[in-house]
Design a protein around this ligand. Structure first.
Ligand code: ADP
Ligand code: MG
Length: 282
């Protein structure tokens, strides 16, 4: 099998002469990353975490960043979030330069980082303080709506220590979604969860993405996860961190992580990932 499986060549389309010209529908770019470089120098190491990385992400697109540990996935996500400054290069969100975190780009990490002294509802409402002009009742309504969306209807008044790992990540997801950001940036959000919980979250995240059409950038090192979720997978290689390859995933949705066709795609991608990983060890 070759990379052709993952990136089928575009079929040659010849326009029938009798048909009138049809305006091409172009999806606007949501995130534009251009020439990003970032080097970390410490007493112990000197690492080129990103080297001239460019990437465009369309409005409503689901992009997974994948690659071996240390290839710069989190650094790239943090720069898009505005949490880390690049040495050179630019990031634009909706045509505006990204210089700091903003509520149009919400971030979700592996650890849910919830407030233990607030219940689930309180945690989601807290995130809504970022949005100006909302009354307390507005915040209550919105928080209820998003907790229901992530499958936590009935758990609004549970404290964080009363929730399982998967439920905590659901609260974190509701908290990220509630301010209605344009972009959701997710850094290995399900990596610490058990396999069964993760599989439920794949189904739910696909459903939520279909409902909300957020632009999602999702970091993972799990090829099946990437194949299950992404429209496009961006494979990165380490030292220096660069984009090595991109794969379109044209599988129908919703996708079953255990589906046969998905396994074929994931297998192909795993081989590319192994090549990148082996090369970085040489
Ligand atoms: P990934 O998320 O793909 O595992 P990271 O983006 O976290 O990779 O890191 C890329 C490289 O940059 C790694 O070698 C890491 O050690 C280094 N790095 C990341 N953040 C820092 C930091 N704050 N200080 C020093 N080195 C860092
Ligand atoms: Mg990381």
């Amino acid at each position: 099998m070759t990379a052709a499986l993952l990136m089928p060549a575009a079929p040659a389309i010849s326009k029938p002469a009798a048909l009138p010209d049809v305006q091409m529908r172009v999806t606007p770019t949501r995130i534009r990353v251009e020439g990003l470089s970032k080097r970390f120098v410490t007493r112990r190491a000197d690492v080129q975490a990103l080297d001239n990385v460019s990437l465009e992400i369309e409005q409503g697109e689901f992009v997974c960043l994948i690659g071996p540990s240390g290839c710069g996935k989190s650094t790239l996500l943090d720069i898009i979030a505005g949490l880390t400054k690049p040495d050179s290069g630019t990031v634009e969100s909706d045509g505006k330069a990204v210089t700091a975190p903003a509520p149009d780009r919400m971030v979700m990490f592996q650890e849910p980082a919830l407030f233990p002294w607030l219940d689930a509802l309180g945690n989601v409402m807290f995130g809504l303080k970022l949005k100006p002009g909302l009354t307390k009742n507005d915040r209550l309504d919105i928080a209820h709506r998003y907790l229901k969306m992530v499958g936590l209807g009935g758990f609004e008044h549970s404290y964080i220590h009363e929730l399982s790992g998967g439920m905590k990540q659901r609260v974190a997801l509701a908290r990220s979604l509630a301010p209605d950001p344009k972009v959701l940036l997710m850094d290995e959000p399900f990596a610490a969860l058990d396999a069964i919980t993760r599989e439920q979250l794949y189904d739910d995240l696909q459903m939520i993405w279909a409902q909300t059409r957020k632009t999602i950038v999702f970091v993972t090192h799990n090829v099946r996860e990437a194949t299950c979720l992404a429209d496009r997978v961006v494979l990165m290689s380490p030292r220096p961190g660069r984009i090595a390859q991109e794969f379109d995933i044209p599988l129908p949705r919703p996708r079953d992580i255990n589906g046969a066709e998905l396994s074929r795609y994931a297998g192909e991608m795993a081989r590319s990932l192994k090549t990148v990983t082996d090369r970085s060890r040489q």
